[in-house]
Design a protein around this ligand. Sequence first.
Ligand SMILES: NC(=O)c1ccc[n+]([C@@H]2O[C@H](COP(=O)([O-])OP(=O)(O)OC[C@H]3O[C@@H](n4cnc5c(N)ncnc54)[C@H](O)[C@@H]3O)[C@@H](O)[C@H]2O)c1
Length: 267
Amino acid sequence: MNDSPNTGQSVLVTGGARGIGAATTRLLAESGFNVLIGDVRSDEGERLAEELGDRTAYCHLDVTNTESWVSAVATAERLFGRVDGLFNNAGILGLGSVMECKPEVFRKILDVNLVGIFLGIRAVVPALRRAKGGVIVNTSSIAGLQGYANLAAYVTSKWGIRGLTKAAALDLARDRIRVVSIHPGPIHTPMTRNFPAGVAAGQPLPRFGEPIEVARMVRFLFSEASYSTGCEFVIDGGATAGAVLELEPELPGMAVTSIAATLPART
Ligand SMILES: NC(=O)c1ccc[n+]([C@@H]2O[C@H](COP(=O)([O-])OP(=O)(O)OC[C@H]3O[C@@H](n4cnc5c(N)ncnc54)[C@H](O)[C@@H]3O)[C@@H](O)[C@H]2O)c1
């Protein structure tokens, strides 16, 4: 157990069978949340729900399918009596430049990563309204804050999530529903299993993040971020903070002392 108060909130976590979704499910359950894991990986999802006990259950959810969403939200309401939040976390990665990425692959990645979140918002809002408000956390990426070569479809989907988050936050504010996006950098999960270690080497914090470090942010957004909506939360070891310019202070004419010498004297 950890030291966070038991909030008693009930949330649905998509892609909760493994990776960031599983770590978040575990932390939320330990913190007193009821969690319904929605995923297409039934074996892993059911095993996790069984391990975590009464607060957690698993249901098959394909985020690209509207009926599947309706059924998942109904299951959460039936099991827990209400739904207070949705962690729209399920996603897939696909490599390929704009010219290499086949249109069907591009559509597939947008369908899961972006349309899946759109369908999820539409499915859960009636339940959140019945609960008199709630929180939706959408998983974008640092690839939704800047571009990356050879990730055309993924980058497009993650920027779309960032925009959809703002649109939904504006549309749903009157329903007391907050909508925010999170932007993880490289995190150790099955998705990044084959990434070279050097991917994180140039960051201010030169390491991959752990799923629990994302999970803590998500718990904060569900339980404490009461004045935040329509905005981005970044968990990236500083990856998007900016570039380090390797300029030497001795560069001719650039040293602070020589610049000061060119300023007019104060009278
Ligand atoms: N790992 C990273 O470095 C990283 C960085 C930034 C953003 N993200 C994002 O975080 C989220 C989780 O990623 P992860 O690293 O834990 O990946 P992961 O591959 O370990 O887990 C993703 C989960 O989503 C599920 N999923 C896939 N398609 C689905 C569908 N149609 N319906 C329901 N579930 C489906 C998978 O079964 C899996 O359990 C993704 O949206 C990913 O894009 C990951």
